[in-house]
Structure formats: structure tokens, C-alpha cells
Design a protein around this ligand. Sequence first.
Ligand SMILES: [Zn+2]
Length: 320
Amino acid sequence: MITQAAYRAPGTGRWRGRTVLIALLVAALGSGCAAGSGEPAKSAPGASAAGKPGQAAAGAPHEQKAAELDALYSPENVRRTQAARAVAAKKWGLASTPLPAPQPPAVKPAISTREGFEVEGGEDLPPLFTTVPVDGKKVVFLTMDDGSEKDPELLRMMSELKIPYTAFLSDYVINDNYGYFKQMRDRGVAIQNHTLNHPYMPGLSYEDQKREICGQQDLLEKNYGKRPTLFRPPYGNYNADTLRAAKECGIKAAPIWASEAYPDHMEWREWDRDMHPGDIILTHFRGRDEWKGTMPDMIRHVMKVVTDKGYAVGKLEDYV
Ligand SMILES: [Zn+2]
């Protein structure tokens, strides 16, 4: 009922105030969802129900989520977001304004391990994939790994441009400055797991792999208040023990990547050297001493590629 239709409206309002949203939600939940009717989410709760206060009914979680998304991705919110982005794009020297992301589904898609990437007995383990199922929508996901470079400009730039991203952090490079990533979290960025010490996981025993993943789960939870649900194995290398250990530590999925962004070029996993709906883009927290530019230089480059190809950047955790 919701799954298809939840994609319908363009927009990116997720960075807007939660307080406003909750007020909208309380008002919007009255009508409930036409469960099982096969109706698209046009008939699901939305702004049209806002005039019926007092009828608030407890909807199923996906109905509440649909209402929340409808409010966030309202045409008015999308228009405001794009206007702010246009100003920020000029300020930060982007070639063009980032495109609005499509509304994510109220129910996250089922994701399975990419063909050819399976491990023995992996059916019940966290799926490992390079691309998220997005129903053909032109949305991709930006992920940043490790955490060695802690550039305050990046925080400001991404907030002003309202570009979502996910940070996969490794303790050995962030433990000199946990505070930087607290600021990042406070700006709405999800903090996820990339091990304690960034080892080559298949070279370790099950127990040692578990220590690397669970240890980082504990530290990230302690420092950032939330236990991660996503894990990325260093270098994209893993075996069955890696995914077993990840599951044991509370990990739900293991997204790797379809392409990698640098300040001056892209590297592509696929033979066509192109971008596809749902592709996960990898990049790193690096500075001038590690590659040819700053973090803002890298963002300017990857956003030019993404936008020129007609894609928007979505939030990975909206889908996974
Ligand atoms: Zn890494």
C-alpha cells in the first residue's frame, strides 16, 4: 500500500525542525491508512487530514512514518530547502544546486546480499551490498570512512547545503577528537561502525573480528548515544565470520560501495563506469596531505558528478 507511493513526491525536508513536524504529525494521523486497499499513499494520512484534530488514532508504525514523510516532503518544504541550497551552493562554489531527493519509502525496502558477494550460510546474516533498492529513482548515497581529517568547514558546508551523509568511523583515527563527530551527529549525520583498528578482517579469528566490531559498537554508543546498525568492513574485505560477528554485535546490514569519490576524480566498481539508482558512494575524511584537495574540494567534485548525471543524494538510513 505505502511502499510504492511513498516514493512519489520529490523533496528533502528532513533537516527541518522536529518540533514542527511532530505538531503536523499529531494533526495528520487522524485519517489512517487504507490498509490493504492497494491504494497509493495519496490516500494515506497527509496534510489533507490536518483539519480533523481530536481524531488522532494510533496508526501502525508505517502509517505514522508515511505521515511524517508526507509532512517533511511537502512541496512547500521542498521549495524552501531548494531555495536555501541555491544560496549555499553559490557560497560554497558548487557548479550547480544539489537536486531534491525523492521522498523515501515509509517501509524500508528488503535488501539482500549482492550476487557474487555471498558467504557460505549467509542467508540469516546482515546483507552486504553496493547499491540500495530504490525503485529506479535517481538517488544515491554518500558515505565517508575512517575519520582522520576533521575539517570544521565540512560540517558547515554540508549543513548549509543540506546534503545527507553517513560516517563509518574507526576508533584509531577518531580517538584524538571524539568531539568533532559529536558536532557531526548533532547536525543529523548517522555515525556507523568501521571497526576499532581498521584491520584486514579475513585475516583475524572470529573472536578477534568480534572484538573489533563489538568494541567499536560499545565505544560509538558510549560517545554518541546510539548503537550503530550498519557496519562497513575495512577495504570492503570480509568473510562469513565477519558477518556472523557483525550480527552478534547488533549490526543489521553491511553496505559497501559502488563508486569512490576523490577531490579530482571518481573510481567506479561497475564495468560501465557510471552511476546507477541507489548506488552507495564511498569517500574518506582526508586532507591535503592525503589527496589532492580539501574536504570541501572533494564535495564540490562529487556533487558536480552526481548533479550533472541527474541524481540527488538521499539519506542511507532512510532506506537501510
Ligand atoms: Zn576504511
